[in-house]
Design a protein. Structure first.
Lengths: 118, 116
């Protein structure tokens, strides 16, 4: 596609519900990132995929958060038993280059999914 | 530690004024890259510029210019003759080996409001 697509744009969940957020990266992009952006803050790293391999999940806040990218394209971020502190915008980004210590490609972001947990 | 500080939380200017957004970073790396992104109300972060640590030349792109000074660990962004469409949140970001292999470190952003 022309850009990174995320769905849904908005999600309201009751505390304790499970949610699934989808990211469709730019076609052919090897790297896929998930970031969490709290209100008034900058994006915070959650996890990184290189193709279908999840190479870094150090930013996931708890074991309630799970991400996958089974075929190396579309990715899903799942949050189980949502809590109020999970309320944030979840941003997906992709880049053509594979990630790594010496990788500095600009990230292409989607519009994000705004999750509100009530 | 890798850190990006954007001390200006919010700036308001009148259209056609010039405005500078500050970015100060901390890193122990000798090779690193700095970025600026724009986040309009639609939510998508739009890439504006990337600069590597060995290139201290200032860059100009239309009404945008960037001043990178390693001596003060700053990478400031100036918009000349601001327009209402420039209203957005602007983020400075850093990536270097000490960020973690895959992490880009973002500042907290500066919200720019350009008033007609």
């Amino acid at each position: 596609g022309a850009g990174v697509s995320q769905s849904p744009r908005y999600k309201v969940a009751k505390r304790g519900q499970d949610v699934a957020l989808r990211c469709d990266p730019i076609s052919g992009h090897v790297s896929l990132f998930w970031y969490q952006q709290a209100l008034g803050q900058g994006p915070e790293f959650l996890t990184y995929f290189q193709n279908e391999a999840q190479l870094d999940k150090s930013g996931l806040p708890s074991d309630r958060f799970f991400a996958e990218r089974p075929e190396g394209s579309v990715s899903t971020l799942k949050i189980q038993r949502t809590q109020q502190e999970d309320s944030a915008v979840y941003l997906c980004a992709s880049s053509l280059e594979q990630g790594g210590t010496m990788a500095y490609s600009p990230l292409h972001f989607g519009n994000g999914t705004r999750l509100t947990v009530t | 530690a890798q850190k990006v500080t954007q001390a200006q939380t919010e700036i308001s200017v009148v259209e056609k004024e010039d405005v500078t957004l500050d970015c100060v970073y901390e890193t122990r790396d000798t090779t690193y890259y700095l970025f600026w992104y724009k986040q309009p109300p639609s939510g998508e972060l739009v890439f504006l510029i990337r600069r590597n640590s060995f290139d201290e030349q200032n860059e100009i792109s239309g009404r945008y210019s960037w001043n990178f000074q390693k001596s003060t660990s700053s990478f400031n962004f100036t918009i000349t003759a601001s327009q209402v469409v420039d209203s957005a949140v602007y983020f400075c970001a850093l990536k270097g080996p000490s960020s973690g292999t895959y992490k880009y470190i973002f500042g907290t952003g500066t919200r720019l409001k350009v008033l007609a």
